[in-house]
Design a protein around this ligand. Structure first.
Ligand code: 5GP
Ligand code: ZN
Length: 119
């Protein structure tokens, strides 16, 4: 179980970080948590989330800059560990963009050809 900064009792991902909802962990440190998506959209599909409850990319502040940079460093490290060289990082911000869980997360997708532009 981990502590969540600004824990939001209504937030699915806060509950996952706390361990109240089980998840398939890929990586964890003091600042962030990574786990496989329950509904994978590619052969490899995991999510990287901050342990602090931040609503979305649109809520990131200057104070979060180091945290967000760290999350990208984690993405680089974990993909290397998984032997993944080609991948896509996606963050949906807001319902129209497809965000369904209002806790900042980066999707990391790999293992198939990706189309552009995304749908
Ligand atoms: P969004 O739609 O907000 O961009 O991404 C949310 C993601 O969380 C979706 O890809 C969805 O499959 C995933 N997700 C939703 N509930 C759970 C869950 O309980 N466990 C896991 N591992 N992933 C989840
Ligand atoms: Zn949350």
């Amino acid at each position: 179980m981990s502590d969540v900064l600004n824990y939001n009792p209504d937030c699915l991902f806060c509950k996952i970080i706390k361990g109240d909802i089980p998840s398939n962990k890929v990586y964890e440190d003091d600042l962030c948590y990574a786990f496989y998506d329950i509904d994978p959209q590619a052969p490899t599909h995991f999510l990287v989330i901050p342990k602090a409850h931040i609503q979305s990319c649109g809520a990131v502040t200057a104070e979060d800059a180091a945290l967000v940079g760290h999350m990208f460093q984690v993405i680089a490290q974990v993909t290397k560990e998984l032997g993944v060289t080609d991948f896509r990082v996606v963050s949906n911000c807001g319902a129209q963009a497809g965000q369904t869980v209002p806790h900042l997360h980066f999707h990391v997708l790999a293992g198939r050809d990706m189309t552009w532009p995304p749908g």
